[in-house]
Design a protein around this ligand. Structure first.
Ligand code: GLN
Length: 281
């Protein structure tokens, strides 16, 4: 069978299964199956593929048809300026989270050397992106998932920041290590009762413990704020990703814990997504 026939059959099948971008997905998975760039596929539609590659391709297409995210199937995701390794043990980096990076870089433009803590570091996409762009910064990442720390370590190594990155398996309640200049976090913040309404690709495949924010969605956010108020230096920054409807509640907790709200940033869909606060008391 040639590439074109295989890709076209796959597109129809994915479309039938309600996959939103069947053409793009089929091309990406073909490039994964035959280990060539996507451009190669478009330029070589009439090339025959081996039975082994076709088998691999069909397997990937069947997984995608069941909703498995492309990022998990190709084991990578681009975030900020970098390529991160991902698997089902980590949340897939979201474009909306890139606003956090932008803000941290703005806030620290004139800073030379800072100690950062990322709570729930996952794949490391936030912390590692900052370390890549700020060569004198040091980062600590904690996570309750040992498996996610393994992925984070791979990313730290691949992206050349491992010498400035420390990783610990820990819950923030049990972490008493240091004082930090800046704490950044994208904690689980989806209300437990809303989890079932997330897209199939998300709820069927991504780690629930990275999404489930308890009954009101702010269980983990509150915990992080309370502990951060002890782990952060005076005048240090806390940068939080929040759910679109959590601004009011989170602001209140921050103010109670001695933080001044500096800025609230909207994401690409114009939802409140990120709170920048400073520890003033
Ligand atoms: N933004 C993610 C989603 O909508 C949720 C991330 C989180 O809970 N931290 O799937």
């Amino acid at each position: 069978m040639n590439i074109q026939t295989a890709v076209q059959k796959a597109q129809l099948f994915l479309k039938e299964k309600n996959i939103k971008t069947p053409v793009l997905d089929s091309q990406i998975l073909m490039s994964e199956a035959i280990k060539k760039e996507k451009e190669f596929i478009i330029l070589n539609f009439d090339k025959e593929i081996s039975n082994k590659s076709l088998e691999h391709f069909n397997k990937l297409i069947n997984q995608r048809a069941k909703g498995e995210p492309i990022a998990y199937l190709v084991k990578k995701k681009y975030f900020w300026k970098y390529q991160f390794t991902v698997n089902k043990d980590v949340l897939i980096p979201r474009p909306d989270t890139e606003v956090l990076i932008e803000e941290v870089l703005k806030l620290t433009k004139n800073k030379d050397s800072l100690n950062l803590l990322d709570v729930g570091v996952g794949s490391g996409c936030i912390l590692i992106s900052i370390l890549k762009d700020k060569k004198n910064f040091y980062g600590t990442g904690i996570d309750i998932s040992k498996k996610s720390l393994d992925i984070c370590k791979i990313n730290g190594e691949n992206l050349g920041v491992i010498s400035r990155l420390k990783l610990f398996k820990s819950d923030i309640d049990n972490f008493h290590f240091h004082k930090y200049d800046l704490i950044v976090t994208n904690p689980p913040y989806i209300e437990k009762s809303k989890l079932k309404y997330l897209e199939r690709d998300v709820i069927g495949f991504e780690p629930k413990q990275a999404l489930d924010g308890g009954i009101e969605g702010i269980t983990e956010i509150s915990k992080v704020i309370i502990r951060s108020s002890e782990l952060i230096k005076k005048n240090g920054f806390l940068i939080l990703e929040i759910g679109f409807n959590q601004k009011k509640k989170v602001k209140k907790i921050l103010e109670n814990k001695g933080f001044y709200i500096k800025k609230i940033i909207k994401d690409l869909s114009n939802n409140d997504r990120c709170i920048i606060s400073m520890k003033i008391k």
